[in-house]
Design a protein around this ligand. Structure first.
Ligand SMILES: *[C@@H]1O[C@H](CO)[C@@H](O)[C@H](O)[C@H]1NC(C)=O
Ligand SMILES: *[C@@H]1O[C@H](CO)[C@@H](O)[C@H](O)[C@H]1NC(C)=O
Ligand SMILES: *[C@@H]1O[C@H](CO)[C@@H](O)[C@H](O)[C@H]1NC(C)=O
Length: 463
């Protein structure tokens, strides 16, 4: 009986994923253009910050996405290692989650071969420091090798190698800290395998999931890359609308996102895509009881097309507001959230991309704007829809130095905790001036502990 009890308690404990918001809550945030400002063709890129995003939105986003490579890139200017600009997150004075993407370096043809044990040790220490409550005390979700089922990164479509490297990275980090939550995040499966076909190579056996001898659109876009449930905390995906593919490549028709797009792409749709549907949510979030994150995503407003002699402005057609609002309404959507309750975090790709598709140095590429907090009409629409969701959206609370997310120690009663400053508007949690901590956002770890205790008492009574 004691064994049964312990096993049940262990099952309860493992059911709560690190940094997952409570059921019925979602976290919304962005991947902003933090690189130095520059002008490329007709647009200005970069120069954005998490603080500026919060100011535009009038809310403190609960998550910000940043990236770095492994091995770390070295600055050509001062030879420093290019880590993610954590200071820009500290500047928000909030407890926003850092969603950190680790890209295998793109400088060589065989990116995984470049990752040394020393590189992994440095990354593990960096994360140990970022997450340590006596240091930055920041919650981190870590995504290694995103969109590994696509062919656009040199590390892509190599599933057995990817799984080995993913596990190696997780093991190296866990040896230093248990405060990192790991995200496994393939690209959405629509139109997999993205124009690639392969008939003979070392990875074919893994890629050809239906074992018909060819790697094609009948094969499963995800399972070859699954590292195993003990290595994954969150399941994630990249999910974009760039226009109606039936109108030609590169897409630039500025048509609105189809209603229900998020669900259709998440679960696979044979009307929106040419390949067989493999329902990602059902197969991973539901089956393994993992929270789901849209690691990056958004709808593109096509601004310009690169021409042989000039840059052409493209027709706006449905217009930026309709295109992007129909995209976010497919997930900031009470029906969707009820049907897919494990969908708990959404990160807009708050970027412009210049001369995207074709990327390979050719002309006729499209400049696309995925940002939803710059155009005044788009921003007003977004704010209204977020407001309508009310307390479903869990905004960041003020940063509290010394707070321990795993134990709940060092929290709001710590006399040395700094008062929150420069917070935009606070709509949930306590007033920003108290320096207190929103109980809804801090209590995740405590809640699971309480749940186990309650469950234990119940079991003791029952047996
Ligand atoms: C912080 O980084 C240093 C190396 O720079 C490392 O020695 C130390 O163990 C790290 N701290 C944690 C808590 O991981
Ligand atoms: C909201 O989500 C549901 C479920 O996916 C979908 O049927 C509906 O079309 C969505 N609404 C919009 C505006 O996309
Ligand atoms: C209070 O916060 C400070 C950092 O501001 C930290 O050094 C200290 O350990 C915390 N005290 C407690 C009791 O948590």
């Amino acid at each position: 009986m004691r064994l049964v009890f312990l096993a049940l308690v262990a099952a309860q404990l493992s059911a709560a994923t690190l940094y997952e918001p409570a059921d019925g809550k979602i976290i919304f945030g962005a991947w902003v253009e933090t690189e130095a400002a520059s002008t490329v063709g007709p647009v200005t890129l970069g120069g954005d910050t998490p603080s500026a995003f919060n100011t535009r939105l009038g809310q403190n986003a609960g998550v910000f996405h940043m990236s770095q490579s492994i091995p770390l890139a070295i600055s050509p200017f001062d030879q420093t290692q290019q880590t993610a600009p954590l200071n820009l997150l500290e500047t928000t004075k909030t407890d926003a989650i850092l969603f950190l993407t680790i890209y295998p370096s793109q400088t060589g043809a065989t990116p995984y071969d470049l990752i040394t044990d020393r590189d992994l040790q440095l990354l593990a220490w960096q994360l140990g420091n970022i997450t340590d409550p006596t240091l930055s005390g920041r919650r981190v979700l870590l995504r290694f090798g995103p969109e590994m089922n696509g062919n656009w990164f040199a590390y892509g479509e190599q599933p057995t190698r990817y799984v080995a490297e993913y596990r190696r990275l997780v093991n190296a980090i866990r040896a230093v800290t248990r405060r990192v939550s790991f995200v496994w995040s393939p690209n959405a499966g629509n139109n997999y395998p993205f124009g690639v076909t392969r008939v003979a190579d070392a990875e074919l056996a893994a890629l050809d999931t239906n074992k018909d001898g060819v790697f094609d659109s009948e094969d499963d876009p995800f399972s070859p890359y699954w590292p195993g449930e003990e290595y994954v905390d969150w399941v994630g995906t990249s999910l974009y609308w760039k226009g109606d593919a039936a109108t030609g490549f590169p897409t630039k028709d500025n048509s609105r996102t189809p209603a229900g797009f998020f669900e259709q792409i998440l679960q696979g749709s044979e009307t929106l895509a040419v390949n067989r549907a493999y329902p990602f949510y059902t197969q991973y979030a539901e089956r393994y009881k993992k929270p789901l994150v849209m690691s990056e995503g958004g709808a593109a407003f096509a601004l310009y097309q690169d021409g042989p002699t000039a840059t052409e402005r493209l027709p706006v057609n449905a217009g930026q507001l309709a295109i992007q609002q129909s995209f976010w309404r497919s997930y900031l959507n009470t029906t969707l959230l009820r049907q897919f309750p494990r969908a708990k975090m959404f990160i807009n790709f708050e970027h412009q991309k210049v001369f995207e598709d074709p990327l390979a140095g050719g002309t006729r590429g499209i400049t696309r704007d995925y940002r939803i907090t710059f155009d005044p009409a788009v921003l007003a629409g977004l704010k209204a829809d977020l407001t309508a969701l009310g307390a479903t959206v869990q905004w960041a609370g003020p940063y509290v130095a010394g707070y321990d997310w795993l134990t709940g120690a060092g929290g709001p009663n710590n006399a040395t905790a700094p008062a929150a400053t420069s917070a935009p508007v606070k709509t949930d949690g306590p007033p920003a001036t108290t320096g207190a901590v929103a109980t809804t956002s801090k209590s995740d770890a405590m809640r699971s502990v309480t749940r186990v205790l309650v469950f234990g008492v119940w079991l003791a009574l029952v047996f």
